[in-house]
Write a protein that binds this ligand. Structure first.
Ligand code: TPP
Ligand code: MG
Length: 566
């Protein structure tokens, strides 16, 4: 006989879980009571949002399911942003929430919230558990759905009486999905159609999204692109899927993408999409997206097809199967020569402008950090201008090396996510870049970093503004900087020190020298190499902007460049 809480933990172990993130409270207390000796290590964050973002960081950096735990009511509602984030960015996540005892459900009991209803539209699958006997089955299902197909979040709501009750435990079970629900393994009949489309195409391009990485198909994808030699670009979550030094690689596409990538996407007549949702930050105004193109969409989730425009050829399936199938066909075929088109797409007149205005020192700062990072280092970015600068400057080809809240754009993500990343990757350098706005949304997690002595390298790009919003105000709201001024920011170095974290500061002036001064170089090197937590506040010029920029509602061809801001 085991208690419900013990059964939950046994089933978690059976799913391979050894690390969870959470925050206790009344309805979930039996689970906490059973932690000791369960083989599951629990990380206490300082806010449930910190726990769910940390679980996401763990999942995003490993591909394994992240687990977050919270109590009922306010504990559970504090998870909601992370659940939405995991849904948007395809992150495998299982959230366990305590619930009031079964007899009180529906009575507006103390700390009762309808978590099942609240998260229904945000989850891939969820369940309010009704009896202790169904615990093994629902946990097996929860992990199955979190991992399968396009990964995503799952919620299990656990009434406290079930956690306290006892029952015979016959071992964890494996979930057997209905045979029809398993995606048929890709047949290769699409290859002939695709080859025919390629033969007609004069200006084909490839757009790479997160799917290529989630399917662990980046090696095969790069082999295919090496053969095709067509202009290629990535979404923010596709960064790192294709090695940056490939001559056909044009960098990031979309709202803050490169001129070359956005121009090629505007001109293409055949767009090959590899595992991307095509949201409006990638497409620009959807009705004017890739206006001349037929679309071929490699995608695991049929729900993502035809959302912007119907595609000519859907290739539904795991990219780990469909890409090699297509590669085989390509290797046996002769292909048109697209070198003239590639030369146009990569021509110097499409390169970025040299002048980056007031963004120069910050870009230099990021470059200096990134080039000193070990090859397998992991960069996290929060949300805002610093995130887009970091994405633009990211040069690594480590598939899980750039982690950010892309689809939801949730400020406050980076610091707690970095905790999960560092715990999952204890030997890697983890560099976490936040803005002065976003860091204050989960700044309490500095306590978790200190408590666990995690050697995260934390950077605050302090421009004394909600910079990205201020940039929009400057460009589209007549410089009316309504409620974006953060010039009364606290002293972040003193805050870091109060959390007993080594903290320092670097001015933008240090980045203006042609050659970095030995002192600055030393500061950066020591910062990245030390094996202790450390915070570095970078004093970013307040009115720096991110360019190029495609205004919301404009087509990708209507990019604004630095000079348009003056
Ligand atoms: C939780 C949340 N609230 C509001 C926003 C809207 N928003 C997007 S970027 C941004 C400014 C971020 O400021 P900061 O963290 O200082 O970064 P910066 O843009 O200055 O680099 C805001 C408010 C958001 N993305 N997330
Ligand atoms: Mg800021």
């Amino acid at each position: 006989m085991l208690k419900g809480a013990e059964i939950v933990l046994r089933c978690l172990r059976a799913e391979g879980v050894d690390l969870v993130f959470g925050y206790p409270g009344g309805a979930i207390m039996p689970l906490y009571d059973a932690l000791d000796g369960s083989g599951v290590r629990h990380i206490l964050t300082r806010h449930e949002q910190g726990a769910v973002f940390a679980a996401e960081g763990y999942a995003r950096s490993t591909g394994k399911v992240g687990v977050a735990i919270a109590t009922s009511g306010p504990g559970a509602t504090n998870l909601v942003t992370g659940i939405a984030d995991a849904k948007m960015d395809s992150v495998p996540l299982v959230c366990l929430t305590g619930q009031v005892r079964s007899a009180l459900i529906g009575s507006d009991a103390f700390q009762e919230t309808d978590v099942f209803g609240l998260t229904l539209s945000l989850t891939k699958w969820s369940r309010l558990v009704r009896s202790i006997d169904e615990i093994p089955e629902v946990i097996a299902q929860a992990f199955y759905w979190a991992r399968s197909g396009r990964p995503g979040p799952v919620v299990l709501d656990l009434p406290v009486d079930l956690l306290k009750a006892s029952a015979e435990f016959h071992g964890a079970v494996q979930f057997q999905p209905h045979p029809k629900s398993v995606a048929a393994s890709a047949d290769s009949s699409f290859c002939d159609t695709l080859l025919a489309l390629l033969h007609q195409a004069k200006r084909p391009v490839a757009l790479v999204g997160a799917g290529a990485k989630l399917s662990s198909a980046t090696f095969e994808l790069t082999e295919l692109l090496d053969r095709l030699q067509i202009p290629t670009f990535a979404t923010v979550h596709g960064l790192g899927a294709v090695p940056h030094n490939k001559p056909y690689y044009l960098g990031m596409v979309g709202m803050h993408g490169t001129r070359a990538a956005n121009t090629a996407l505007n001109e293409t007549d055949l767009l090959l999409v590899f595992g991307a949702r095509l949201d409006d930050r990638v497409t620009g105004e959807p009705t004017r997206f890739a206006p001349h193109a037929k679309i071929v969409h490699f995608e695991i989730d049929p729900g993502q097809l035809d959302r912007v425009r119907s595609c000519e050829l859907p290739v539904v399936g795991d990219l780990a199967e469909t890409i090699p199938a297509f590669s085989n066909a390509v290797n046996r075929a002769s292909l048109p020569d697209w070198s003239g088109w590639l030369a146009i797409a990569c021509a110097p007149d499409r390169a970025e402008l040299e002048s980056r205005g007031t963004a120069e020192p910050t870009i230099r700062f990021l470059d200096e950090l990134f080039k000193r990072l070990p090859k397998d280092g992991i960069i996290l970015a929060d949300v805002g201008q610093h995130q887009m600068w970091a994405a633009q400057r990211y040069r690594s080809d480590s598939p899980r090396g750039f982690i950010t809240s892309g689809g939801l754009g949730a400020m406050g993500f980076a610091l707690p996510a970095a905790i999960g990343v560092q715990l999952a990757n204890p030997d890697k350098t983890v560099l976490c870049i936040s803005g002065d706005g976003g860091i204050q949304m989960n700044i309490q997690e500095l306590a978790t970093v200190h408590r666990l002595d995690l050697p995260i390298k934390m950077v605050i790009v302090d421009n004394q503004y909600l910079g990205m919003v201020r940039q929009w105000q400057q460009l589209f709201y007549n410089r009316n900087y309504a409620e974006t001024d953060l010039s009364d920011n606290p002293d972040f170095v003193a805050i870091g020190q109060a959390y007993r974290i080594k903290s320092g500061r670097l001015s933008a002036v240090a980045m203006n020298e042609e050659e970095l001064s030995p002192a600055t170089r030393q500061q950066l090197e020591r910062f990245l190499q030390s094996r202790e937590p450390e915070l570095l506040v970078f004093e970013c010029p307040p009115e720096a902007n991110v360019f190029p920029m495609v205004p919301s509602g404009a087509a990708l061809s209507e990019m604004l460049l630095e000079e348009d801001a003056s």
